[in-house]
Design a protein around this ligand. Structure first.
Ligand SMILES: [Zn+2]
Length: 211
């Protein structure tokens, strides 16, 4: 076992603690007193390079986050038992009354690569990822003809964000709040190749830089 990697976390927690707990009126004192009241939920990927709070320089308490492989929102359905992402969405929308839900996709997504057939079968990975990625199956067709592998992956990553935005509206309480203006849905794409953050424009179906 490599103790250094764990040591890094413990040292990091020490710095975090002195920043947020050891001052008179620290952020956590307020968060404990008032509870959490984030106005934004983010659906992000598990990828270690795309932590939403880090890439947007947010503070504790700012974002309610659920992360899963390829930042997918499943469609509303009541069969089955283990709806982790739907449970988080339900709590954010009905419990915390968030005003925004951001689906945050990203370049070089391993989940999307798996959807495009890039799983190394001999690695043993796939039993859970394959059926999970079926949520984004339609993205492959959407992005057909996108050209080279890199371009195609990017097109599928972005098409998968559009599918998640569509699936969000299949939840009756999301649809209702979007229609009456209490909730706004956003599709963002972290382009780590170029260091850009892009936003989906529903009017022309393009992703353009957020500045
Ligand atoms: Zn990913």
């Amino acid at each position: 076992m490599n103790d250094d990697v764990i040591r890094k976390l413990i040292d990091g927690f020490g710095r975090f603690r002195s920043k947020h707990f050891e001052t008179e009126d620290s952020l956590y004192q307020r968060l404990m007193r008032e509870g959490q009241s984030p106005s934004i939920m983010v659906v992000a990927c598990c990828d270690s390079r795309v932590d939403p709070a880090i890439i947007t320089d947010c503070d504790p308490g700012d974002l309610f986050v659920v992360r899963n492989v390829a930042n997918l929102v499943p469609p509303y359905e009541t069969v089955g038992h283990y709806h982790g992402t739907s449970a988080a969405l339900e709590f954010a929308v009905l419990g915390l009354n968030v005003q925004h839900v951001i689906v945050l996709g990203h370049a070089r997504c391993g989940g999307i690569r798996a959807l495009l057939g890039g799983l190394q079968e001999d690695s043993g990975v796939g039993q859970f990822i394959k059926p999970w990625m079926e949520i984004a199956e339609g993205a492959r067709a959407d992005a057909a003809g996108a050209g080279t592998d890199a371009k195609a992956a990017r097109a599928v990553e972005q098409a998968a964000i559009r599918i998640s935005l569509r699936n969000l509206k299949s939840f009756p309480w999301v649809r209702e709040r979007v229609e009456d203006g209490r909730l706004t849905l956003h599709g963002w794409y972290f382009d780590m190749d170029n260091g850009d953050l892009l936003q989906y424009q529903p009017d022309n179906s393009r992703f353009l830089p957020l500045r």
